[in-house]
Design a protein around this ligand. Structure first.
Ligand code: AMP
Length: 413
């Protein structure tokens, strides 16, 4: 089965056409800078690479361009089904599901919680249905995996009526990535790993504590801003900082939100870049701020590993994934510095290796087994699509959607 996996961001649309049985990527590409006069469309197959600069007005135009390009090659690689990554499923969507009118309406209802992403994703799904009415669409949510987090961890200690009215709570993100990691760990350890910490360290970063395959806590919260300091996001800071900035400057709430999401984190501390590769290089040549930024990132990661260790009551497996997590031995060793008393002992030779498949980086006498697991969000979505379409989705005790009153995305998980 060939599955087109579509990931609509706020101003981008990335895609991969995957064969689920062979796990081969048949085509991939992206539309970037959507809405600008100089948008970029890239398309790559084993035979050719294409790059166009043109005006892509909106996500509907973007998906039409992608589908048109793929359909031109339909004889070689037909699209059997489409899987869409949706950032926010609220408290409503607890697992991936087939798209119908009702599902589409719910995604739009939840959209105020992630306005830049969910509306774009909904318009992309509608376009797919229009262009390819015979091809089924499945949605996978970045929040779903976290729906098993218990109330003690997801509840915000704010007045209950406010939480209910505004649907305030920890939702967590990167769930598709953490779930993929959890499945791979299960395969690698033949089901022997009960307590897992998954570290997704990229431009956006989060940790997830997983107990017997189910998320029990994560570092991101109501939005992806919470938790670790990230590339351009500040992560957890004293919430009173926000009101203090607004009361003492000309900045309004929107400005502060933009600063905390786009101008903070590694970029702000280094004053250079949010790219971890460049920061490592700059720190090596003696740049003090670049070194501080990396030290703070590693410190945060270490601190949250400790927090997740406490949540799980010990750890069997710790994993690293995403851009920096899977590619940077420096980040991994900085993050784990001084963690041997808790059972995390790296093998420096294994840590310096680089593979396409998951590999072990812990020493043989490490109490916690540690692995690098290359990110597999697209494959996770494609597997979900396959299982849903073929009716082989294994029941995991979770309903696809919440049992709460119909249409009320606020109902707690
Ligand atoms: P992602 O958001 O998962 O695409 O990850 C992007 C981040 O990963 C950027 O900060 C990159 O600098 C970082 N990254 C990618 N490759 C490497 C590498 N070889 N060493 C260090 N950081 C890397």
């Amino acid at each position: 089965m060939n599955v087109l996996v579509v990931n609509a961001g706020s101003s981008s649309l990335k895609y991969q056409l995957l064969n689920v049985e062979t796990r081969e990527v048949l085509a991939k590409g992206a539309c970037e800078r959507i809405g600008q006069p100089d948008s970029v469309f890239t398309h790559e197959t084993s035979e050719r690479e294409q790059r166009l600069t043109l005006a892509i007005l909106n996500h509907r135009t973007a998906i039409s361009l992608v589908l048109g390009t793929l359909l031109a090659n339909e004889a070689q690689a037909p699209i059997d089904a489409i899987g869409h990554r949706i950032v926010h499923g609220g408290s409503f969507f607890k697992r991936s599901c087939l798209v119908d009118e009702d599902v589409l309406r719910k995604i739009e209802e939840i959209a105020p919680l992630a306005p830049l992403h969910n509306y774009a994703a909904a318009s992309v799904i509608e376009s797919c249905i229009e262009v390819l009415p015979q091809v089924p669409n499945v949605v996978a949510f970045d929040t779903s995996f976290h729906s098993t987090i218990p109330e003690v961890a997801y509840r915000y200690p704010l007045p209950e009526d406010l939480c209910e009215e505004l649907h305030l709570r920890k939702y967590g993100f990167h769930g598709i990535s953490h779930r993929y990691v959890s499945l791979v760990v299960d395969e690698l350890t033949h089901g022997a790993a009960h307590r897992v910490i998954s570290c997704h360290l990229g431009n956006g970063s989060s940790l997830c504590a997983i107990l017997d395959g189910r998320a029990v806590d994560t570092t991101m919260g109501f939005t992806p801003l919470d938790g670790l300091m990230m590339g351009t996001r500040c992560g957890s800071i004293d919430p009173a900082t926000v009101t203090y900035i607004i009361e003492n400057t000309d900045l309004n709430a929107h400005d502060v939100d933009m600063i905390m999401n786009k101008k903070s984190g590694l970029l702000a501390v280094s004053g250079l870049t949010n790219d971890i590769r460049d920061l490592i290089e700059a720190a090596e040549t003696g740049d003090r701020r670049a070194k501080l930024a990396l030290d703070m990132f590693a410190y945060d990661t270490r601190k949250y590993i400790g927090a997740m260790w406490a949540v799980l009551g010990g750890v069997d497996v710790l994993t690293f994934t995403a851009g920096a997590g899977q590619n940077s031995p420096v980040i991994r060793s900085l993050a784990l510095a001084g963690m041997e008393p808790l059972g995390f002992k790296l093998d420096p030779t294994r840590n310096a290796e680089r593979h396409k498949e998951p590999w072990k980086i812990s020493a043989d006498d490490s109490a916690v087994a540690m692995y690098v697991i290359p990110a597999g969000e697209e494959m996770m979505i494609a597997l979900d699509v396959h299982d849903i379409i073929t009716g082989t989705a294994t029941p995991d005790g979770l309903a696809a959607v919440s049992d709460d009153a119909a249409g009320d995305p606020s109902g707690d998980a």
